[in-house]
Design a protein. Sequence first.
Length: 90
Amino acid sequence: MRSQPTPFEGGPMDGRTLPILLGPTGHPAKWFEIPVPAPDGGAPTVLLYERVPAGYSKRLGLQKGWKYTFVPSGTRPKPRWPWTKTPPPA
């Protein structure tokens, strides 16, 4: 499998670059989770990073690659399917 060096931005991994495996489409995963073990042996803390475009070229506006940005809340948004309805207000 191919991997690509991908930079991290924000959070404890700020400024680091890790080789991330690419999927069948040639893109890294949309979300990257890093479990950090608790010092007392309890449940690990999960650092969550979201894939965003790294930038765009000046002339043609083409995307230059990907980077991961820190999500402080630590939770992924729930998927919104087109066939589901929003619950009515209580």
